[in-house]
Design a protein around this ligand. Structure first.
Ligand code: GDP
Length: 670
């Protein structure tokens, strides 16, 4: 169980797993849908991979595809006594073989024939399993539990737009900036000012988020888990809850490394910025200088023709704070953030911990719908019933609508920050979701990572440029610029390098979190990670590469890019045979008594049958015999008996070309 607020490992939430796709406010559902597709692409081979693979496997795409289809129809016809394999979402190649009584190697070979490299433990999806199963006259039945059918979930942006029940909601804001520039002071100031006006006594509780009123009925939600750790950690889970970032810059200090980092975090997440130039109460400070500095990072103030609001404030004296809040509300109006309060609630966990006497307690940001006391809830691997809800003033609530942070009691465990928070109809559904999630997580842990092959293949079908995200840290500014420039020049029209963040200094924990969020690798040039960064990288499986020679950096990144290139399928000629007689053998069917005139014939290899120089059929060599014995291969000058799977009409005088298909990695310089 991760500590509250700890950076969660990717994929911790088995239900809605991460993918750091940049998220515009309101597009949560879209993002989740793509996440889900991407997830299945990455971890599980699907039918598309196979078609892509098959398309590449032949020189002529059309011919290959149609002949494959032809083969399929032949094999699927007599389906009177089809046997059934039940698949729970995905199944490993080995398990499928077992269920059908087929050797795993044979299945692996079949998959290879379709252009998919899979290991025995590789999970394949229902469609892929069906394709394989039909070849053995099996039918695949998907018995996966569909948790989306019982969970409350985010509506996609277009639906919200068209939903007559959708109303404007408050924006959710994260404050980011360099250490000591005033994040905590600002958040405290805003919270206290608000509470003092509304409540007697002004006691506030830290629950990780709070909502403040801004003038005529408008409100703004602040996440006050300070710093960018929470923001990025959530984004690492694909859970961008932030609509706006307040970038705080101390006027007496200016743009500092973490300021730049914050800008990059916000940009990477596609979240608009509002700049608060802080500490303007100090004598001799010049807000204009700060604006000037910010332009270097493509943050251009509105008054200078850009699109970023800059508000001078003093978190200490309170000067400018109201104006900042009004500006946030204004920005939110531009974004037109909407949600339907009449649905069952859906949200995200902001913070969670176990409290003595209260049990697991978590702060949830309700994003849509209305959460009610007594609702059955599911989050991560945990479920329960809302026993009590408190707001940040310690007041008990019976209901919480969209864009409301509440502290919820009643889950049976502690979820992680960023986990989805769903309402279900009853306890039975809640238990089913959790048990299906735990099963799935277990299945995934047990499947070994055919990572390289999987990555290769996941990359196969994509048309867009593949991007290698990098974080570059160096010891001096000169080498940073030089390396960055050279790295960015490395790409071609298929792949490119994107430096999502970088600068001078040691590799920090925040660099590692950003790397997780953007699926980046970290490059340290004459610098290494500090202790926290090293631990976070080990935990999160983030790769940190260290160098002291520029050429080595370039070579390594060139190799990375080569790895992103779609591999090429190359045909390797194995041999040629002449058919001298055709026999009919019971069970096997037509066997071509042949003579190997060139190279060799190998069982399982691909074959093309030619008659009078014309291609008449193709398939795999399914039987290969020397006299009565099955053999693996037969060399030049020998006779053999063979049959071609998928082509039964071999005739005397035909020639058969035998070949293999190999996936060959390409190099970026090719
Ligand atoms: P954080 O690290 O960004 O959370 O920064 P803090 O909020 O802890 O502030 C760092 C220091 O700056 C503290 O000593 C604050 O009192 C001081 N500080 C914050 N805001 C202001 C301000 O508007 N004016 C002045 N003079 N000092 C400030």
């Amino acid at each position: 169980m991760p500590a509250p607020g700890a950076v969660p490992l990717p994929g911790r939430d088995p239900g809605r797993r991460r993918k750091g796709a940049p998220g515009r406010p309101g597009s949560d559902a879209d993002r989740q849908r793509t996440q889900r597709t991407q997830r299945s692409r990455r971890q599980v081979f699907n039918r598309e991979d196979i078609y892509q693979g098959a398309a590449r496997a032949g020189r002529g795409r059309k011919r290959k595809m149609s002949s494959r289809k032809g083969a399929k129809t032949q094999l699927t016809t007599p389906a009177a006594h089809k046997r059934v394999v039940r698949v729970d979402g995905t199944i490993s190649v080995g398990q499928l073989g077992q269920e059908m009584g087929v050797k795993t190697n044979e299945l692996i070979r079949k998959l290879m024939g379709m252009g998919v490299m899979a290991t025995m433990n590789q999970q394949i999806d229902v469609d892929t399993a069906s394709l394989l199963a039909t070849e053995y006259d099996y039918e695949v039945k998907n018995v996966e539990f569909d948790e989306d059918a019982v969970l409350s979930g985010p509506a996609d942006a277009q639906k919200v737009e068209a939903d007559p029940d959708a109303v404007l909601r408050a924006p959710v804001v994260t404050v980011m900036g360099h250490v000591d520039h005033g994040k905590t002071t600002l958040l405290d100031r805003i919270r206290k000012a608000n509470v003092a006006s509304g409540e007697a006594g002004g006691i506030t509780q830290h629950i990780g988020a709070y909502k403040v009123q801004v003038g005529d009925g408008k409100s703004v939600v602040f996440l006050d888990t300070p710093g960018h750790a929470a923001f990025t950690a959530m984004r690492a889970r694909g859970a961008s809850v932030t609509d706006l970032v307040v970038l705080i810059v101390a006027a007496d200090d200016g743009v500092m490394p973490q300021t730049v980092e914050s800008i990059n975090h916000a940009k990477a997440a596609g979240v608009p910025l509002v700049v608060a130039i802080n500490k303007i109460d100090k004598p001799g400070v010049d807000p204009e200088r700060i604006k000037q500095e910010l332009t270097k990072y493509e943050v251009v103030p509105e008054e200078w023709g850009g699109d970023t609001m800059c508000v001078p404030v003093s978190a200490l004296s309170g000067q400018g704070i109201d104006e900042l809040l009004e500006n946030l509300a204004l920005q939110a109006e531009i974004l037109e953030l909407k949600a339907n309060p009449k649905k069952e609630a859906y949200g995200r966990v902001v913070e969670a911990r176990v409290e003595k006497g209260r049990g697991p307690v978590c702060t949830v940001l309700v994003q849509e719908g209305t959460l009610k006391q007594g609702d059955y809830i599911v989050s991560g691997d945990h479920y329960g019933r809302v026993r009590a809800m408190l707001d940040h003033t310690g007041q008990r609530l019976k209901e919480a609508g969209p864009a409301t942070p509440v502290e919820v009691q009643g889950l049976n465990g502690v979820p992680s920050a960023g986990d989805g928070f769903h309402v279900v109809k009853n306890e039975k559904d809640a238990k089913r979701v959790v048990s299906s999630r735990t099963d799935r997580a277990r299945a995934q842990r047990s499947s070994t990572q055919g990572a390289n092959a999987a990555d290769l293949l996941a990359n196969m079908g994509k048309v867009d440029k593949e991007v290698q995200n990098l974080i570059l840290k160096t010891d001096v500014a000169g080498s940073y610029e030089a390396i960055r420039h050279s790295l960015e020049e490395l790409g071609n029209d298929e792949v490119e390098v994107k430096i999502v963040h970088g600068g001078v200094g040691v590799i920090s924990e925040s660099d590692v979190t950003l790397a997780t969020a953007s699926e980046a690798k970290i490059i340290g040039f004459n610098v290494g990670p500090d202790t926290n960064a090293k631990r976070a990288a080990d935990q999160g499986g983030v790769e940190i590469l260290r160098f002291s020679v520029i050429y080595d950096v370039l070579d390594t990144v060139r190799d990375m890019l080569s790895g992103l290139l779609t591999p090429e399928t190359v045909e390797e000629h194995l041999g040629k045979v002449e058919v001298r007689a055709v026999f009919h053998i019971q069970k096997v069917g037509a066997v071509a008594g042949s003579f190997v005139t060139e190279g060799k014939v190998v069982r399982g290899a691909h074959a093309r049958v030619f008659r009078d120089g014309k291609l008449v059929g193709q398939g795999r060599i399914s039987t290969l015999k020397r006299f009565k014995d099955d053999v693996r291969e037969v060399a030049t000058g020998y006779e053999c008996g063979l049959s071609v799977d998928g082509y039964k009409d071999v005739q005397e005088g035909d020639t058969i070309e035998v070949f293999d298909l190999k996936l060959v990695k390409r190099k970026i310089d090719d």
